[in-house]
Design a protein around this ligand. Structure first.
Ligand code: MF3
Ligand code: CO
Ligand code: CO
Length: 269
């Protein structure tokens, strides 16, 4: 890793240079394209393992490598989190059924740059409350993104997300957060999806990080299953998540992981 370019804030947050944005764009585009390509596979009767097999193949075919295979012992190119699974669901023999909602999270490395994005999918037709959860979670991510500009704080981002979600009588997961990234997968800061306006580090142009709120229909508490990865809601309520990788610009921010086909928000039926 090249530590000679850019600088680091007192909080340990790397400030990237203008020349670092194109690498993040290329990595983000590969991850987002793969999330577009999996959409037709998400139908009742498919297994999450089959979806992950497709993702594994496409990562290689697109000239990237998977950031998650081999990461702390994780063995898959995606996390697939179904219904009450909050995050880090392990792909496998689980068969999707009509009405299941799922997050698919892909992180790739292209020329040393990390692209990390996730979005929701529906197998068949969701219940009305599931559809509403997905909509609120998507809009919560964008409330957070809209708070990003130089001079704002990470607490402003968290507050924008939390205040919106709680006004919809849903809850924000506290146990997992977004993260800095760039030429590393997980870097400072922890990007909390709750908080107080004006708290936390001040945003500066050149910071790269994810925003990836997890929203539950019930209570916010989670627990990790015996596999040491799968995080579920303690009350078994449905959970949703959307994630973009972004970079702070003079004007606000650039999203590195937009969907090439405009498919970030799911369709169903
Ligand atoms: N992509 C996840 C994130 O948003 C991290 C997955 S790590 C894994 O940060 F090992 F579980 F894949
Ligand atoms: Co992430
Ligand atoms: Co991710």
């Amino acid at each position: 890793m090249d530590d000679t370019q850019g600088r680091m804030t007192n909080d340990g947050i790397r400030i990237h240079e203008a020349g670092d944005f194109p690498g993040m764009r290329r990595a983000g585009a590969v991850a987002a394209r793969i999330l577009d390509e999996v959409a037709p596979l998400v139908v009742p009767g498919t297994t999450t393992g089959a979806i992950d097999d497709f993702i594994t193949a496409r990562v290689t075919e697109l000239g990237a490598t998977s950031a998650t295979i081999g990461y702390r012992g994780y063995q898959h190119a995606s996390c697939i989190s179904v219904n009450h699974v909050v995050c880090h669901g392990i792909p496998g023999p689980k068969v999707l059924k009509d009405g299941d909602i799922l997050n698919i999270d892909v992180t790739v490395v292209v020329d040393g740059w990390y692209g990390d994005t996730s979005r929701m999918y529906v197998a068949g037709q969701p219940s009305r409350k599931a559809a509403r959860l997905i909509e609120v979670t998507h809009d919560a991510l964008f409330r957070g993104i809209e708070a990003v500009r130089p001079g704002a704080t990470f607490g402003d981002i968290g507050h924008a997300i939390q205040s919106y979600v709680e006004a919809q009588r849903m809850s924000v997961v506290r146990d997992f957060c977004g993260h800095g990234l760039g030429r590393v997968f997980h870097a400072p800061p922890n990007v909390l999806h709750f908080g107080r306006p004006g708290s936390g580090p001040v945003l500066e142009e050149g910071m790269f990080f994810t925003i990836e709120p997890m929203v539950n229909l019930g209570r916010p508490e989670t627990k990790v299953l015996a596999d040491d990865w799968t995080a579920v809601t303690r009350d078994k309520s449905l959970s949703a998540q959307f994630e973009h990788s972004i970079g702070v610009t003079a004007a606000g921010c650039e999203i590195f992981t937009p969907s090439p086909a405009g498919m970030f928000y799911p369709t169903w039926g």
